[in-house]
Design a protein around this ligand. Structure first.
Ligand SMILES: NC(=O)c1ccc[n+]([C@@H]2O[C@H](COP(=O)([O-])OP(=O)(O)OC[C@H]3O[C@@H](n4cnc5c(N)ncnc54)[C@H](OP(=O)(O)O)[C@@H]3O)[C@@H](O)[C@H]2O)c1
Length: 323
């Protein structure tokens, strides 16, 4: 752990006392330097936070000291206090507690954007979600169920109950061929496939998307082999799985989404969508799976557990519990 003096908030900035900070697989990918354009070490990881505004800088409007907020940041979450642009801080409605808000600020936010903004999935549509038992996967399941969308979710056999619990049809990715299963369904296709496995998996996901549908790639876990980035798998995924299929006039779309993908085309989407997710949380319509909370000092151990696939659900750091 590192301690440093907190500066005064600048124009348009605010100081947040962090009550909860999510740990995610992306933190590990950033640390390993796998994500293009990521920060250079040393940096403080942590995308998703919830806390309370402690101080506001000049020019900040609509944000009071004491306001509970949540945010999705590029880095810096693993802190007890941080300075963030006020425009990133979204008010938490009462009923959205800090730990659960941090647990939805990345996973549910991105699942919401991919489902509703990118894929424009509608009631009655059928979708395919890989890694459906994971943090983002469960978010997809809950949000799709809420919107009347039918979900097929690939997960390991041990976690099939988690998929059915949230209304999905489980597919055992070790034993079953998802392409065969989807093709055997009435209509034989899905409106959208969400894939963070990557490599040649993107093409298999695209193959079950129907005309007018979309394959949304949002990660490449296959490009990380034994903790080391495999550039060939990554390039195969980006070029062969996302870029080249765009040139084929088959009525389907492919795209690579990340949490910042809509910032230019829809500048208001971040605040609107995070506010909507926090509202669903406060109303009890979504409920993130929390594996455990941990002190800031435990962050490295938690990342190791995540890397080994030993965690089901979100781990949230609670800086207030740190020594
Ligand atoms: N683009 C973005 O902005 C963004 C943001 C956040 C996350 N992500 C990416 O999203 C992915 C998921 O993140 P997460 O936090 O949900 O991770 P997670 O909680 O660790 O879940 C990953 C899941 O993937 C499953 N899995 C592994 N291999 C699989 C395969 N071949 N087929 C189907 N499922 C498989 C695992 O299932 P079992 O345990 O059942 O084996 C695990 O539950 C990561 O690649 C992450 O980098 C991207």
């Amino acid at each position: 752990m590192r301690t440093s003096e907190l500066a005064e908030p600048g124009s348009g900035e605010a100081v947040v006392k962090v009550d909860a900070a999510g740990v995610s697989f992306g933190d590990i990918l950033l640390r390993l330097g796998v994500i293009p354009g990521g920060p250079t070490p040393p940096f403080t990881p942590g995308f998703d936070i919830a806390g309370v505004v402690e101080k506001v800088g000049p020019g900040v409007t609509g944000l009071e000291v004491g306001q509970p907020v949540a945010a999705l940041l590029r880095t810096g979450g693993y802190s007890d206090r941080l300075i963030a642009p006020a425009e990133r801080l979204v008010p938490r409605p009462s009923g959205a507690d800090a730990v659960e808000s941090a647990a939805v600020a990345l996973n549910y936010f991105i699942a919401y954007q991919m489902l509703h903004r990118v894929a424009e999935a509608k009631p009655g549509h059928r979708i395919l979600v890989h890694g459906a038992s994971g943090g983002v996967g469960v978010a997809f399941l809950q949000l799709a169920q809420l919107a009347g969308i039918e979900t097929y979710g690939s997960a390991s056999a041990e976690k099939r109950d988690l998929v059915t619990k949230f209304g999905g049809h489980p597919i055992d990715y070790r034993k079953d061929d998802f392409v065969k299963i989807i093709r055997s369904l009435p209509g034989g296709t899905v409106h959208a496939a969400f894939d963070a496995i990557g490599g040649s998996h993107f093409n298999r996901s695209s193959s079950v998307v129907g005309r007018g549908g979309i394959m949304v790639a949002y990660g490449q876990s296959a490009a990380l082999v034994d903790g080391k980035p495999n550039k060939a798998v990554g390039a195969r995924g980006f070029l062969g799985g996302v870029a080249l299929p765009k040139l084929i006039p088959n009525g389907k779309r492919t795209t690579f989404y990340n949490a910042w993908a809509l910032e230019k085309s829809h500048p208001s989407a971040y605040r609107e969508d995070l506010a909507e997710v926090l509202k669903l949380l406060a109303e009890g319509k979504i409920s993130p799976l929390i594996a455990k909370t941990a002190a800031l000092e435990e962050a490295a151990d938690v990342q190791r557990q995540l890397e080994q696939g030993a965690v089901t659900g979100k781990v949230v750091l609670t800086p207030g519990d740190s020594k």
